[in-house]
Design a protein around this ligand. Structure first.
Ligand code: CA
Ligand code: ZN
Length: 299
C-alpha cells in the first residue's frame, strides 16, 4: 500500500511542488494528514496568541499519477477516513460570519469517542469529510486555503467516505494533495472551523483520458453534483448550474427549455462553505432523474 506521511505537506497547490511518490491509475494511496492548524492546538485555551497562522491548512502530498495529462480527468474514490486523536474547533474575531460579535480567539477540544464527537458534553454524530483536496492548478500556485476549479479548500460535506470526486487535470501527473479533515461540519462552515482533526485518508485514483470537465464534480450513491467556487455565492451557483446544464443537455432528448424546467423542478443548489477566500456551491441532480432520462452516467 502506498502511504504518505503527514510530514510531506504543502501550503500551496502548485505545478512546481515536488511529488512525494508516483502511482499508477487504479492504485490506492493512504494520505496521513495534519489537522488544519498543523496539530498546534492540543488543549482548550482561552486565547490563541501563540497560534502560528503561517501553519494553517497544510495538505499532504502531492502524488504524481502516471499518464495523467492536462485536459483529462482525475477520479478520486474516497475509500475510508480514519480519524486520529481528538478534534478541535476555533472561533474568534475576524473569522467567519459572526466574527464581529467575538472579542477573542478561543478553541475547544472535541473528544472522539465511540464514533461520536463530544463537544462540551454534547454528543454529535460524525460526518467525516475532506476539507482540502485538489490537483495542481495552471499557472501560479494557489494556497491550500482557497478553493477553485482545481479543487482545494472546497469544505464540502459530501466529499466523504464512499463518494468519488472528479477533478480537471491541469498539469502532467495531476499532483493530488489532501488535508483539512473534519469530524463534523455544517453546510456553510459559518465560523470558519469544522471539528478539525488529523486522519488517515484512503483513496484510489483513476485517470479518465477521454473526458474534459471545467470544475470539480462529485458522485455519491444517489446523486451527482457540479461544484463551483467564486467571489460570491451568486457567482458560484451560476457556474455550477450552467456546468450541469452543459453536461446534461447533449445527453438527453429534451429541448433546452424542457431541460431547464426539469432542472428547476428536481435539482438542488446546496452550499458547501461561505467563509473561504472564494465561496463554494454544489448543484445536485439525483441519479433517479438521470435514470428516467436514460442517462446511465453523468460523465
Ligand atoms: Ca477548510
Ligand atoms: Zn478545516
Amino acid at each position: 500500500m502506498n502511504f504518505i506521511k503527514k510530514e510531506n505537506y504543502t501550503f500551496t497547490l502548485s505545478s512546481t511542488n515536488k511529488p512525494v511518490i508516483t502511482v499508477k491509475s487504479g492504485d490506492s494511496i493512504i494520505f496521513e494528514t495534519y489537522d488544519c492548524n498543523s496539530n498546534q492546538i492540543t488543549s482548550d485555551t482561552d486565547d490563541l496568541e501563540t497560534l502560528d497562522f503561517n501553519k494553517v491548512n497544510p495538505a499532504t502530498g502531492p502524488i504524481y499519477i502516471e499518464n495523467a495529462k492536462p485536459n483529462q480527468v482525475l477520479k478520486v474514490n474516497i475509500e475510508s477516513i480514519e480519524l486520529q486523536g481528538n478534534a478541535v474547533a476555533m472561533a474568534g474575531p475576524n473569522f467567519g460570519v459572526l466574527g464581529h460579535k467575538l472579542d477573542k480567539m478561543t478553541s475547544t477540544i472535541i473528544k472522539i469517542d465511540n464514533n461520536k464527537a463530544i463537544f462540551k458534553n454534547i454528543e454529535l454524530t460524525l460526518n467525516k469529510m475532506i476539507g482540502v483536496i485538489g490537483v495542481a492548478p495552471n499557472g501560479d500556485p494557489i494556497k491550500c486555503g482557497t478553493p477553485d476549479s482545481h479543487g482545494g479548500n472546497m469544505d464540502c460535506k459530501i466529499i466523504a467516505e464512499g463518494s468519488s470526486l472528479y477533478l480537471p487535470i491541469f498539469v502532467e501527473g495531476a499532483l493530488l494533495s489532501i488535508g483539512d479533515i473534519h469530524a463534523v461540519m455544517g453546510d456553510g462552515e459559518i465560523g470558519i472551523s469544522g471539528a478539525e482533526i488529523g486522519a488517515l485518508v484512503k483513496v484510489s485514483v483513476e485517470v479518465i483520458e477521454d473526458l474534459t470537465i471545467k470544475n470539480p464534480i462529485i458522485e455519491t450513491d444517489n446523486a451527482y453534483y457540479t461544484v463551483a467556487s467564486a467571489k460570491t455565492l451568486d457567482d458560484a451557483y451560476e457556474i455550477a448550474v450552467e456546468n450541469m446544464f452543459d453536461i446534461l443537455h447533449p445527453k438527453c432528448d429534451l429541448s433546452k427549455n424542457e431541460l431547464v424546467m426539469l432542472m428547476s423542478l428536481t435539482c438542488d443548489i446546496e452550499v458547501c462553505q461561505v467563509v473561504d477566500p472564494l465561496k463554494t456551491i454544489r448543484f445536485k441532480v439525483k441519479k433517479d432523474i438521470l435514470n428516467k432520462l436514460n442517462i446511465s452516467s453523468l460523465l
